[in-house]
Design a protein around this ligand. Sequence first.
Ligand code: SF4
Length: 345
Amino acid sequence: MSAIDPRDRGGPAQPLLIVKHLKKYFPIRGGVLGRTQALVQAVDDVSFEVKKGETLGIVGESGCGKSTTARLLIGLLPKDAGEIIFDGEALGGDLSLRELRRGVQMVFQDSYASLNPRLTIEESISFGPEVQGLDDPRGRARDLMERVGLNPDRFAQRYPHELSGGQRQRVNIARALAMSPRLVVLDEAVSALDKSVEAQVLNLLTDLRRDFGLTYIFISHDLNVVRYISDRILVMYLGEVVEIAPVDSIYAEQAHPYTRSLFAAMPSMDPDNRTEEPPLAGDPPNPIDPPRGCRFHTRCRFAEDICKTHAPKLKSLPGNPAHFAACHIHDPESKHSVTALEAAE
Ligand code: SF4
């Protein structure tokens, strides 16, 4: 159990992060005047919460909007609409972008591109604290190097190109922690690592979460990795949230047909854990012109007329208030003819 964070404003019951109706459309410009000709609906009406101390895994196919969501959360991209509330304070209201960036740090997939090749490891880690005017940036950097498993006497004066991918990602994690964040967004942060190094970095992240009282958003395409590290899982499809549930609940029962197909494609070494669900067919529709109604209806084997005209709402499953899905099958008020039980068979 981590110590109480003196920065905690609302107590443990108040979510650390609340995202409401977040929206980001990217313009596609063309012509001589560079006018907007179309909009890519990258993130559309996304809402979720992250509790203090938990790890929320975000999964979905490439292009589903998970990385754009991450960039919106740390202010790397401006949002078009919606609210980001960090420990009770809304971005743009009581909370400035500068304060948000102190509280939320990010670790990216490309460990090399994330580091300045001209700075030593010690300089890279101490750079943020120096800019922010924090106490003893160099001492802080050396302590964190030790904490992420890099001996400061050996590594402090080295440059990024002298390190392996796993060592560079440890530097990036130390660099994120140097700002004393409360929330760390890990965007495919272990995806480029060898499996043995990946396991070491995952264990390191688990230890750091406990020791520093951190909260994580862990974005990955690898469901096995997400299962290992996450408390809850959020599934995105074509810019929308289609399912969100505690990890045990979603691994026991994937409510949304898209989630089922995603899990069906997951390699499993356990013969009892293999699914009969057919893998997902075809490519995702064009995000410039997503299908009306349920955005998944063009690929869903349960699609009916209502799915083509009415977008399903994210609702908790009957009898499982912590498990949410956006699918007419699970909405007792919808006119879908298939029941959840029939769909599961
Ligand atoms: Fe399939 Fe309809 Fe559910 Fe969408 S709402 S996932 S199309 S059954």
